[in-house]
Design a protein around this ligand. Structure first.
Ligand code: C2E
Ligand code: MG
Ligand code: MG
Ligand code: MG
Length: 280
C-alpha cells in the first residue's frame, strides 16, 4: 500500500541518517583519538612453513580503535571511511612510525630483528613525500628498510597503473619489501604480477576458505603458487583457520601463513611473550 511504502522509506531514511551521523562523529573524533592514544596496534604473527616446523618470521601490524563513546570500532568500517576523507594519511603514518619504533625496541631487547609489515592504503601511495616519510622513520629509529614490509592492497594497483609501478620501483630501490595484500579479492590482473617488482603475494582469505572442501579451489591455489614461484615471489596465505588448510598449503609449497589457526592478532606484550618462548 501507499502507506506501507512511505513508512518503509521513513525507516530507511532514519537509518541512513543515523549512519551518516555516526560516520560524521567518527571523522570528527580522529584528532582527539590520536592525541588521546585511542588507537592501539596489535601484531599478528606470520610463520614460515617451508621447514619441518613452522617458524615465526614476522608480524603484521593491525590497528584497533577503542572509541570512548562507541567502544571498539572495526577497521573494516573506519579505514574505508578515513580513506574517503583523506584522514587515512595521518592515521597510517602514526601506525608506520609506531611500527618502526617497535622494531627497534624488540631488536634491542632480543638482539635480532623481527620484521614488521604495515598496511598501506591506496590513498597513501600518491603522496609526494610518501617515500621520504618512510625513509625518515626508518632512519629515526635506526632500523633498516628491509625490516619494514609494506602491504599494499590489491585494489591499489588497478588505478593509475603507471604511477603505482613507479612508486613500487622506488620503494624497492630503497630496500623496502613490498607485498601485494588481498591478492585474488578484487580484479587482480595477473599482468600486474609481471609489471610490478613485488617481493610477496598475500593470498586473500577468500582464496583459502574453501581449499579444504573444494578441489577446484585447491587446484586454483596450486596454479597460483606455481606462477608465483616462476616469478620469484614469496607467497603468504592469510586467514588460515584450521589444520587441514595448513597442511594443504604446506604440501603445495606455500612459503608463509597467517591466521587464527596459529595466532590471532596480539597486543605487543603478548607478542613479546611469543618471542621470548621462541617455541615455534
Ligand atoms: P588485512 O590487511 O587483509 O588484514 C587481515 C584481516 O583479517 C585482519 O582484520 C585480521 O585480524 C583478520 N584475520 C587474521 N587472521 C584471520 C583468520 O584466520 N580468519 C579471519 N576470518 N580473519 C582473520 P582487521 O584487523 O579487522 O583488519 C581489516 C582490514 O583493515 C585489514 O585487512 C586492512 O586492510 C585494514 N587495516 C587494518 N589496520 C590498518 C592500518 O593500520 N592501515 C590501513 N590502511 N589499513 C588497515
Ligand atoms: Mg594486511
Ligand atoms: Mg589481506
Ligand atoms: Mg584487507
Amino acid at each position: 500500500t501507499k502507506n506501507g511504502h512511505s513508512s518503509t522509506y521513513e525507516i530507511y531514511d532514519e537509518k541512513m541518517h543515523k549512519r551518516e551521523l555516526y560516520e560524521a562523529m567518527l571523522i570528527d573524533s580522529i584528532g582527539d583519538a590520536l592525541n588521546e592514544n585511542q588507537f592501539k596496534l596489535v601484531f599478528q604473527p606470520k610463520y614460515n612453513i617451508l621447514g619441518e616446523k613452522p617458524k615465526l618470521s614476522s608480524a603484521e601490524v593491525l590497528i584497533r580503535w577503542q572509541h570512548p563513546d562507541f567502544g571498539d570500532v572495526r577497521p573494516d568500517f573506519f579505514i574505508p571511511l578515513f580513506e574517503e576523507n583523506g584522514l587515512i594519511r595521518q592515521l597510517d603514518r602514526y601506525v608506520w612510525r609506531e611500527a618502526a619504533k617497535q622494531i627497534r625496541i624488540w631488536r634491542d631487547e632480543f638482539g635480532y630483528t623481527i620484521p614488521v609489515s604495515v598496511n598501506v592504503s591506496r590513498v597513501d601511495i600518491f603522496d609526494l613525500d610518501f617515500l621520504s616519510y618512510l625513509k625518515q622513520i626508518v632512519e629515526e629509529n635506526g632500523i633498516e628498510t628491509k625490516d619494514l614490509h609494506l602491504e599494499i592492497t590489491e585494489t591499489a594497483y588497478t588505478d593509475n597503473v603507471d604511477q603505482i609501478v613507479g612508486v613500487v620501483k622506488e620503494l624497492q630501490k630503497a630496500g623496502f619489501m613490498v607485498e601485494m595484500d588481498d591478492f585474488g579479492k578484487g580484479y587482480s590482473s595477473f599482468n600486474m604480477l609481471t609489471t610490478l617488482p613485488l617481493d610477496a603475494l598475500k593470498l586473500d582469505i577468500g582464496f583459502i576458505k574453501d581449499i579444504a572442501e573444494n578441489n577446484k579451489e585447491m587446484n586454483l591455489l596450486d596454479c597460483i603458487l606455481k606462477i608465483a614461484k616462476l616469478l620469484n615471489l614469496t607467497v603468504i596465505a592469510e586467514g588460515v583457520e584450521n589444520a587441514k588448510q595448513y597442511l594443504l598449503l604446506k604440501n603445495a609449497g606455500c612459503d608463509e601463513i597467517q591466521g587464527y589457526y596459529f595466532s590471532k592478532p596480539l597486543d605487543s606484550g603478548a607478542f613479546e611473550s611469543l618471542l621470548q618462548q621462541k617455541a615455534i
